[in-house]
Design a protein around this ligand. Structure first.
Ligand SMILES: [Zn+2]
Length: 490
């Protein structure tokens, strides 16, 4: 359900939900000029408009500053259109010309489409356009975002080029902005897969390129690694800058001609009112269809309200191979049904553990599709498996493939088969991948497809049943907005 409301005023277009309110300021290119979380700090967390900009090397020499700065937010009279799709997605389309603060223009236009989906997800698609072409551009900033003072934490998930080596799944880092005294606590020449900024326990947001990383890596030059991606922090506040091309200090210009498209997701924290904030649920795990009634009654007596049924890897016995719908023989399945009945009799909700990225090699789907669906960490590597002792929980699959539909269909079939109280999805985070069958360009991620899967799970189980995520130390605002419960890793 999409509960986005829209109000077209003289000076701005106001977009709001129960949790936040945004203003697109008309005289500032239609850019976001205000973002207020209604149950957060209740103040505008933006210090200036969210904008794109181009830095241009001037032909005449000027002492001190050889550059001209042309921004989307300097367009005083953009064309603005508002569209509402049948599914409720509200879109705001703004168009204009890159200008200096004085109004001087270059022959480069922008078209920004901002799509407000449900659950705090916003997609913003920027077209940078020039028919006649424009040279001497030394920096393309797709996103300049200045946030208020008081942010306490930032998060960045690195580009796979940077995160290669031992951790094939993409490195990431949390930054304590209160203790870190650097004005640039994060800086990379490669597109990060996610960047987030929060005031802990109050409010925050996250930005992430869409799965098609080639737009960002190679949109302006065929080589990845010529950008400038930065989290900044000083007394005036935090900032996030995403420049897919920046060789400004080296004065190495590019020419922009035609249309370049950059798609960026923005996740807004659905901050709940304080009184409604849920307390952590007491949970436990069961690992076998042979769990006894006495065991379950004991858990109930200890106050357990939620059980995650996780049997995805066990040495010495039949276990639930990731990707299977009917994991056991008739006796095992009867045992599993009895476990579910016993839990529900004891007023404990029980949900099956579902891996979002793993498919076990013993499944028929693995035989048929593994090489097409696999997560490819490097071109020379085969499927990466997750080993536990002598057994494995599966080979890693990329959701930007047929694996997404297979995973959705098997989740639906699992829910049809037994009276579960919802699902528990593990690993609600994107994987970087270089499988040439999934996308063009050196790397892609499966961010769009992962969000599709999370939204699917929420819709499939409905509002009454429980959507549970297992999280490690990852940031995912959308997962937090969608979930009934987030469990720490077992
Ligand atoms: Zn892939």
């Amino acid at each position: 359900m999409n509960s986005v409301r829209i109000e077209d005023r003289d000076d701005c277009v106001r977009v709001s939900t129960d949790y936040w309110e945004i203003e697109h300021l008309k005289r500032a290119g239609g850019a976001w000029n205000s973002l207020v979380f209604k149950n957060g700090s209740k103040q505008n967390i933006l210090r200036g408009p969210l904008t794109s900009s181009l830095r241009v090397l001037r032909s005449e020499t000027r002492p001190g500053d050889p550059y001209g700065y042309f921004s989307e937010s300097n367009e005083p009279a953009p064309r603005i259109n508002i569209e509402t799709a049948p599914n409720g997605t509200v879109s705001i389309i703004t168009e204009g010309t890159y200008r200096t603060v004085n109004g001087d223009a270059i022959p480069v236009g922008f078209r920004r489409r901002t799509d407000y989906a449900a659950h705090g997800l916003v997609w913003t698609t920027l077209n940078i356009m020039s028919d006649c072409g424009c040279g001497q551009i030394v920096e393309v900033r797709a996103l300049g975002l200045a946030l208020r003072a008081g942010m306490t934490d930032a998060f960045a998930r690195f580009h796979p080029t940077q995160a290669g080596g031992a951790d094939l799944l993409g490195g990431r880092t949390w930054i304590d902005l209160q203790r870190n005294t650097h004005t640039t606590p994060f800086l990379s020449r490669f597109t990060p897969l996610q960047v987030a900024c929060f005031e802990r326990g109050v409010e925050g947001l996250e930005v992430f390129p869409s799965s098609d990383l080639a737009q960002w890596d190679c949109g302006f030059k065929p080589d990845a690694g010529l950008g400038n991606f930065r989290i900044g922090h000083d007394a005036s506040g935090a900032s996030i800058e995403l420049d897919p091309y920046c060789l400004a200090s080296r004065r190495m210009p590019i020419r922009i001609q035609g249309t370049t498209t950059l798609r960026l997701g923005i996740a807004l924290n659905d901050v709940k009112p304080r009184v409604k904030t849920q307390k952590p649920i007491k949970h436990a795990f069961l690992h076998s269809p042979n769990a006894t009634d006495a065991e379950i009654e004991l858990l109930a007596a200890e106050g357990v309200e939620l059980i995650c049924y996780r049997d995805d890897c066990r040495e010495g016995g039949t276990f639930w191979h990731n990707g299977d719908v009917t994991p056991y023989n008739a006796i095992g399945m009867a045992g599993l049904r009895r476990v579910i009945d016993s839990c529900q009799r004891c007023n404990i909700k029980i949900v099956p553990y579902i891996s979002s990225h793993e498919l076990h090699p013993s499944t028929q789907a693995y035989d048929m599709h593994a090489r097409d669906w696999m997560h490819s960490a490097a071109r020379s590597l085969d499927v990466v498996h997750t080993w536990h002792g002598q057994e494995e929980s599966g080979g890693l699959m990329c959701l930007r493939s047929g694996w997404l539909d297979y995973r959705k269909n098997t989740i639906s079939a699992i829910l049809n088969q037994l009276p579960w109280d919802g699902v528990c999805l593990d690993w609600p985070n994107p994987l970087p991948c270089c499988h040439p069958g999934h996308a063009a360009g050196p790397f892609h991620s499966d961010m769009d497809e992962l969000l599709d899967l999370l939204f699917y799970c929420r819709d499939r189980i409905g509002p009454e049943k429980s959507l549970v995520f297992m999280a490690s130390s990852e940031s995912s605002i959308i997962a937090a907005n969608l979930a009934d419960h987030i469990l720490p890793p077992e």
